[in-house]
Design a protein around this ligand. Structure first.
Ligand SMILES: Nc1ncnc2c1ncn2[C@@H]1O[C@H](COP(=O)(O)OP(=O)(O)O)[C@@H](O)[C@H]1O
Ligand SMILES: [Mg+2]
Length: 298
């Protein structure tokens, strides 16, 4: 029988006890910054349920090394397993075969070293901005003084100064998404997992948030695995773009954006300037044509 993995999507961060993944000798000896992720031939098959008894091979033989501090973006047709891949990296879903490793240790469960930002902001409506942001720190037993220090640090960075005591319903979508991002950043995770975080925002807010994300990410450069529907967003933000096939999701192509941008990555510049570059437009067209071939209109 196939084990039924439990995919949990609700609640922006699943902060169970810290996972029992003591660093391996290789990880301790390594001199590079922490946050390297290895997808070691990961496959996942979901068992059928109810009348749909047939199982679904969602992700097939996904093998990839994400370098510490890399900004990796995954794109691909709807249903190709992007969210499932993030969920496995978060420790929320167990692969049917293969393994996901963080700094050489198998990921066995969720923890504050792996923060997740989902598309729906999933804030606690009854908590204020500050209470939402410090929630993960409270769960992890961080003392009040240290919590206040970190919240004070990230409030201005995420543009939330002055809104400390507002409730989510009093904020715009963009502001709510900032709270969700701040809530992840205060944990200072090695690995930041973002599942279409800006999909619910209008075009202007989305652009502002992309530029802000680059700014806050540059501050300490956690490893980011970012899923998006938007080819433009992918090419703008990524060090590398992973293009997936339709289900079962396999890696179709890995595109190294840095080969085009050189060491001065274009995400440091405003998007409207970057959009005018012909090399940006060419890369966007290349990625789109790769995805387009795999889209099935159902
Ligand atoms: N918990 C689950 N149980 C059964 N099937 C699932 C589950 N989660 C995802 N799937 C299926 O796996 C495939 C990939 O889903 P998902 O990772 O959400 O795709 P994407 O994020 O790329 O749109 C889809 O066919 C989806 O229906
Ligand atoms: Mg998804």
């Amino acid at each position: 029988m196939i084990a039924l993995p439990n995919l949990t999507r609700s609640g922006a961060m699943q902060l169970a006890d810290a996972p029992n993944d003591a660093p391996t000798v290789a990880a301790v000896v390594a001199t590079e910054p922490p946050g390297g992720v290895r997808f070691d031939k990961v496959s996942i098959r979901f068992a059928g349920s109810g009348r749909a008894q047939t199982s679904t091979l969602a992700v097939d033989d996904f093998a990839l090394d994400v370098v510490a501090s890399e900004f990796l973006v995954i794109v691909g047709p709807s249903g190709c397993g992007k969210s499932t891949i993030l969920s496995m990296a978060a420790g929320l879903t167990v692969p049917t075969s293969g393994a996901v490793l963080l700094d050489g240790s198998r990921i066995r469960g969720p923890g504050p070293d792996k923060a997740v930002v989902f598309q729906g902001f999933s804030l606690f409506p009854w908590k204020t901005v500050v209470e939402n942001i410090e929630f993960g720190l409270v769960l992890n037993g961080v003392p009040a003084a240290e919590r206040a220090r970190r919240v004070d640090y990230y409030l201005p960075i995420t543009g939330l100064t002055g809104f400390e005591h507002h409730y989510p319903r009093q904020l715009s979508g963009g502001m709510q998404q900032r709270v969700a991002i701040a809530r992840s950043l205060v944990l200072r995770p090695r690995l930041l997992l973002m599942d279409e975080p800006f999909a619910a925002l209008d075009a202007q807010n989305r652009t502002v948030m992309q530029e802000e994300l680059v700014r806050v990410w540059s501050e300490y450069r956690p490893t980011v695995i970012f899923v998006t529907h938007s080819v433009e967003e992918a090419v703008f933000l990524a060090d590398r773009v992973v293009v997936m096939t339709r289900r079962p999701g396999r890696i179709k192509r890995v595109i190294d954006v840095r080969a085009t941008t050189g060491s001065e990555h274009w995400r440091e510049a405003p998007l409207d300037q970057v959009q005018r570059r012909s090399d940006f437009q060419d890369l966007r067209a290349t990625v789109w044509s790769l995805i387009r071939d795999d889209i099935v209109v159902e």
